[in-house]
Design a protein around this ligand. Sequence first.
Ligand SMILES: Nc1ncnc2c1ncn2[C@@H]1O[C@H](COP(=O)(O)OP(=O)(O)OP(=O)(O)O)[C@@H](O)[C@H]1O
Ligand SMILES: [Mg+2]
Length: 331
Amino acid sequence: MKQEVIVADNLVKKYVTKKRKGLLRGEKQVVEALRGVSFKIHRGEIVGLLGPNGAGKTTTVKIISTLLIPDSGDAWVMGHHVVREAKRVREKIGIMLTVEKGFYNKLTGRENLEYFAALYGLSGDERRRRVEYLLKLVGLEELGSSDRLFEEYSLGMKARLGFARALLRDPPVLLLDEPTLGLDPPSSRRIRELVKKLAHEEGKTILYTTHNMFEAEIVCDRILLINKGRIVAEGTPEELKNMIPRLKTINIVVKGDQRVGELIKGMGIEKYEAKPIDGLLSIRINIQKPEEILDPLIKKIVGNGYEIVSLKIEEPTLEDVFIYFAEKTSR
Ligand SMILES: Nc1ncnc2c1ncn2[C@@H]1O[C@H](COP(=O)(O)OP(=O)(O)OP(=O)(O)O)[C@@H](O)[C@H]1O
Ligand SMILES: [Mg+2]
């Protein structure tokens, strides 16, 4: 049986804040950040928590990592309760938050890691070896940045150092809150590749938040779609795409004008868009089974003397899934 490593059961979290009304007066305001979030993550799995700004991703990560106590509901990491056994949970996890806090500006990257390693109880040779290994792993060594002051670090370097710190104790569980936010493509790729390697080769269990669909699709084994404090859908990227009734798209570019559109309408195809671009006409047809009309469509266009410049069939993307469920939940 697959081992359940992270379990969240009906997590609820409200934030109470003051809404400013003039300089001194305030009105109590309650934000329901989580409205009953449940999920399970198995050993060696990378699960993406994918959702728009304010969906509740960071709140979830903070609860799982014991930084925040839920109003109700429970969560466990490797069988330890995040509130009642917070200390045990912290021993099992490595965490990386979007805003990297706690590094010392006047220390180098290496010294910062040494410091946290000491705090975690690593000493002597073991500590040096671990720090050395991690600086290489995240590519700081290769950038020549291990011995530069933290205050001179770029965003990408800081993220790499944050990632290295999360791995100091070689934890079986990693909680990564938008680890590639603001990074350039090489830095993002580096982190994504490491995440995959750590999960799939070393069996680490990873909760990975992002609002980037492209990233969720290439990194995650499974995705939890979160919106307004609720998980609105879950599955592999493939499964999610199959969940929505959205049709496939035939994208066809023709040397011609709106008359081609009329031809298509004449075939009984109702859902299409035709846009002129540089003397060409770009037509998009939404349809369940493109293969059924492709042949008559091409014959019709070519038979009427028009030339087809390009033709593509597009599958629904994760973005379509995202939009579909976002609209559905806001209704
Ligand atoms: N400390 C806080 N005080 C008051 N409200 C908060 C606090 N932290 C978060 N919230 C609110 O809770 C909701 C969920 O926030 P959260 O940070 O979990 O979202 P998120 O999915 O991580 O968003 P983002 O993609 O912007 O990071 C939002 O409406 C947010 O404004
Ligand atoms: Mg967040």
